[in-house]
Design a protein around this ligand. Structure first.
Ligand SMILES: [Zn+2]
Length: 309
């Protein structure tokens, strides 16, 4: 097998390729045409790149496919503006990056989009209180993307604000992930995401529609007092642990068709203002809808298991 075959097809940027003989080439992005990546460049080139981060147009676009150590992240944070004690990052492109140690982005402000597609977080990932600002429609890199990212440590997005669209499609959370009080203002996609630990979405709000279709929750899933304002899709999702939607409110249609709840499922005081579809859902534990309210059509056709309504 040649080294070329080991380069993943999704690494579609000009590759650094620096590598000792016989090992796969580095998939870091070239700093400049025919130049190695940030890590494999000389210190002058690295300093010049970091220097460009300060000032107006500094895009964080040189860390694709790179091994990001805590030291490297600290160097980057020291080179970007700080506003009210918060790190300000412009368009941040971390596609395919591999974070070693803790990735500490708590309270950071992302002024452009933030792309973390297929990034790997080996340690904890902290995005608590981070603000992902909305960017003009014309801006090509505007969304927040964590598609197929893989989180091996604890993940915290508590009270984070996503002003534009955000997507976590097929992301894998190997340990607990908390999005408590997070505010998703655009469309939000967690379709096919895998939560191997607990998933915490207490008091989170979804303003532009939320998608968790075919997501799987292996631990507990907390959605108490979550607010879903657009259409919400949990179709074919799998909840293996205790699941709580107590006092959650669904302003748009809520789709739970073919969803399976393998442990206790509680919808105490949940409010459904749009249509609520639970057709062909499976409830293996206790399913409590006794104090849930349905303002529109509520369908529970061909449900298996026992539901208290
Ligand atoms: Zn390299």
């Amino acid at each position: 097998m040649t080294a070329d075959l080991l380069v993943p097809r999704w690494a579609d940027w000009p590759l650094c390729q620096a590598a000792p003989t016989g090992t796969p080439g580095c998939i870091g992005a070239q700093l400049d045409q025919d130049q190695p990546c940030f890590v494999h460049s000389h210190s002058d080139a690295r300093a010049a790149e970091l220097g460009r981060l300060w000032g107006g147009s500094g895009w964080l676009g040189f860390l694709l496919g790179i091994e990001v150590t805590e030291e490297l992240l600290a160097e980057v944070f020291a080179a970007v503006p700080i506003r009210d004690g918060r790190t300000v990052l412009r368009f941040a492109d971390f596609r395919g990056a591999r974070f070693q140690g803790t990735a500490g982005f708590d309270r950071a402000i992302f002024e452009g989009g933030a792309w973390f597609d297929r990034a790997t977080f080996q340690g904890d990932a902290g995005f608590s209180g981070a603000r992902f600002q909305r960017v003009a429609e014309a801006f090509r890199h505007r969304d927040v993307r964590f598609g197929r990212a893989s989180f091996h440590g604890k993940v915290r997005f508590d009270e984070a604000t996503f002003q534009g669209n955000s997507e976590f499609r097929a992301a894998t959370f190997h340990r607990d992930a908390s999005f408590a009080g997070a505010r998703f203002e655009g469309t939000t996609r967690f379709d096919r995401a895998v939560f191997q630990g607990d998933a915490g979405f207490r008091t989170a709000s979804f303003h532009g529609g939320g998608g968790f279709a075919r997501a799987s929750f292996h631990g507990k899933a907390w959605f108490e007092q979550a607010r879903f304002q657009g259409a919400t899709g949990f179709g074919e999702a799998r909840f293996q642990g205790t699941t709580r939607f107590d006092e959650a409110s669904f302003q748009g249609d809520a789709d739970f068709r073919t969803t399976s709840f393998q442990d206790k499922a509680s919808f105490d005081g949940a409010s459904f203002y749009g249509r609520a579809w639970f057709d062909q859902a499976t409830f293996q534990g206790d399913a409590d809808f006794r104090t849930a309210s349905f303002q529109d059509e509520a369908r529970f056709d061909q449900v298996s298991g026992t539901i208290h309504r």
